[in-house]
Design a protein around this ligand. Structure first.
Ligand SMILES: [Zn+2]
Ligand SMILES: [Zn+2]
Length: 197
């Protein structure tokens, strides 16, 4: 059993190691600046965020990129900067898949070990390292739209036959539209557009 069992488990172990390396790349040493208020360093970000998703949106596997400044303050380390991620979306009206690149400002405090946190869920410095992964997960989790649309003019799918109305009307579109619902339909489109813009 021994040798054979070991070999069959090897691929899993490799995957797990790759996963750990990826997580480690978001961990940054603050040994040089921690406890020396006023000192700072700049670090580039280039790492994947896995598993950040909503119903119709998710962060792509493309690396999150950007630059952040780590600044030592009395309470810990202040992280400021800007990061960009690719978001994969599915149009809520026509179900077409599309990508968009979003940028987000970062400004958060990592509380020093042993120091009182201003909030219970504050980010904490772990030993001499900060881990940017939870911060970036929170930042880009908020960027995921609940109701993405491929374009404000997207006509969506016919509710009856499923035809993509962006590529032309279907056979049932004329007869199924009850004119009494038209004002409501217009209001719905207007509200959706307002939510997007
Ligand atoms: Zn669409
Ligand atoms: Zn139809």
């Amino acid at each position: 059993m021994g040798a054979l069992g070991g070999r069959s488990h090897a691929p899993n172990q490799i995957v797990r190691q790759v996963g750990m390396l990826r997580v480690q790349s978001m961990k940054i040493s603050v040994a040089q600046i921690l406890g020396r208020p006023g000192t700072q360093k700049e670090v580039p970000i280039a790492a994947s965020l896995e598993g950040v998703q909503g119903a119709l949106a998710r962060i792509s596997e493309d690396p999150v990129t950007g630059t952040v400044k780590l600044e030592a303050v009395v309470e810990g380390i202040l992280v400021t900067g800007r990061a960009e991620a690719t978001i994969e979306l599915e149009c809520a009206r026509c179900l077409k898949k599309f990508d968009t690149r979003v940028a987000s400002e970062v400004c958060d405090l990592f509380v020093a070990p042993g120091a009182d946190a201003p909030e219970e869920d504050a980010y904490r410095i772990d030993g001499l390292e900060i881990d940017l992964e939870p911060l970036l997960r929170d930042v880009f989790g908020l960027e995921l739209p609940l109701n993405p649309v491929c374009s404000k003019e997207c006509k969506g799918l016919c509710a009856h036959c499923g035809t993509d109305l962006n590529s032309g009307p279907c056979d049932c579109s004329d007869e199924e539209t009850d004119p009494r619902w038209a004002p409501l339909e217009e209001l719905k489109v207007k509200l959706e557009n307002e939510r997007i813009s």
